[in-house]
Design a protein around this ligand. Structure first.
Ligand code: FAD
Length: 403
């Protein structure tokens, strides 16, 4: 293989570049990214980056890394088309040949079809450019309305409270982060955000953003109530960037379809990260995950596959979210769970919910309880399931449970 092109300079793309060199690829390696910056850490954008006085962008690797490893960076450039027959990708201003291709195109923010979404002082957050605009606005903002009670909305709500803003969170569903965490975790974070001083409204869908002179002044709920706002942040999920793959004739569902070694329907093309739908070995169906761990680990598998050392992807998924001073950590996937067991007292601010599918432990959600999370990673990787009775009993030392 002589030419590998990586499309996307997020967590997956940057890791693919590093892994391909570590795995012995010695041909031409080009990473194309629509963003102008060197690949950077996205998670701080909703937390430390907004709070910091300076522009605290954290690069994943220094410029020297790419130089030393012979990774050609094409930043601020966008791939318009993959020409599989000719073995080339077409940029806005040129072409690159490939015999191996990594799709690491990630996801973009979902823009809800709400009237007024284009008004000034309405913000979405995915890139550092978005974060810079929001940070600049925060200097003047007083009344912030966050649309969406998911991870990013809640992280930003906590950040805005810490910065002294009046904050209202509007969530359409009956509980916060409802798609992914246990009800006990949702309830805990509802109390936490209310304790921080945010007004959190559940079952409150937004009907429209109301503007005056082109700028937002209020959010109108479905019941017709108007909540004053000089700044609105919309965090209602993401859409995977699958269009390039779809137009190139690759299989696409809710993500670019890959096999267990991250190969797309064209064996020269692998994919990794938020854009990917992979067949999950335990769930038995395609899953698309949105996390740094998933992007990084899938990129390692994708690289090994291109280098002829394909192995099945079996990484245990994990994720974190920092909201105020609470650290939520999740390991495993709880969507097929039928029983939840709580360890610790939620009122103490430190507890975990263990999810079981039958007798099998499938996931753990932990709040300020890193030990449970770390043990969970080891247990799930080893396929070990402690009994629900043992995990519910705080007098049992979990560390000694796995033989
Ligand atoms: P991305 O990071 O989305 O990168 C994709 C890149 O590809 C982008 O730079 C995009 O511009 C580029 N691209 C797309 N199409 C093209 C094209 N045609 N040509 C060239 N370039 C292209 N995860 C956690 O695990 N924990 C957290 O606490 C956490 N917090 C987050 C906070 C925020 C504010 C955000 C936005 C995300 C957070 N995430 C968190 C999610 C995590 O950042 C993503 O899961 C991760 O970035 C996915 O990496 P990726 O490489 O697949 O995609």
């Amino acid at each position: 293989m002589k030419n590998i092109v990586i499309i996307g300079g997020g967590h997956a793309g940057a890791q693919a570049a590093a892994s391909l060199r570590a795995d012995g690829f010695d041909g031409r390696l080009v990473l194309v990214s629509s963003e102008k910056e060197l690949p950077y850490h996205r998670p701080p954008l909703s937390k430390a980056f907004i709070k910091a006085d300076e522009d605290a962008l954290q690069e994943l690797r220094p410029a020297l890394f790419y130089e030393k490893n012979g990774v050609e960076l094409m930043l601020g450039r966008t791939v318009q088309k993959i020409d599989r027959a000719a073995g080339k990708v077409v940029l806005d201003d040129g072409e690159l040949p490939f015999d191996g291709l990594v799709l690491a195109t990630g996801a973009r923010v979902r823009i809800p079809p709400v009237p007024g979404i284009d008004l000034a002082n309405v913000f979405l957050l995915r890139t550092v450019e978005d974060a810079r605009r929001l940070k600049e606005r925060f200097a003047a903002a007083k009344d912030v309305v966050v649309v969406g009670g998911g991870f990013i909305g809640l992280e930003l709500a906590a950040t805005a409270r810490i910065l002294g803003k009046t904050v209202t969170v509007l969530e359409a569903a009956p509980r916060l982060m409802g798609r992914v965490v246990a009800p006990a975790i949702s309830a805990h974070f509802l109390d936490l955000h209310r304790g921080l001083g945010s007004a959190v409204r559940l079952e409150t869908p937004v009907a429209a953003l109301i503007g005056e002179n082109g700028a937002v002044v209020a959010v109108e709920t479905a019941s017709g109530e108007r909540i004053p706002a000089d700044t609105v942040i919309v965090g209602v999920g993401v859409v995977p960037n699958v269009e390039l793959a779809a137009e190139a004739g690759l299989d696409v569902l809710n993500g670019i379809v890959v096999d267990e070694a991250m190969r797309t329907s064209d064996p020269r093309i692998v994919a990794a990260g938020d854009a990917v739908a992979f067949h999950h070995w335990a769930l038995g169906r395609p899953v698309r995950l949105e996390s740094v761990q998933n992007a990084v680990d899938q990129a390692k598998t994708a690289s090994a596959t291109l280098m002829g050392k394909a192995e099945a992807y079996r990484a245990v998924p994990w994720f974190w979210s920092d909201q105020g001073d609470a650290k939520l950590q999740m390991v495993g996937l709880s969507m097929d769970a039928d029983r939840a067991v709580t360890r610790g007292d939620p009122g103490s601010g430190s507890f975990s919910v263990f999810h079981y599918a039958g007798d099998r432990l499938v996931a753990i959600d932990s709040v300020n309880r890193a030990t449970d999370h770390m043990l969970g990673r080891r247990w799930l990787a080893a396929g070990f399931s402690p009994s629900p009775e043992a995990v519910a009993d705080e007098s049992v030392d979990l560390k000694g449970l796995m033989p």
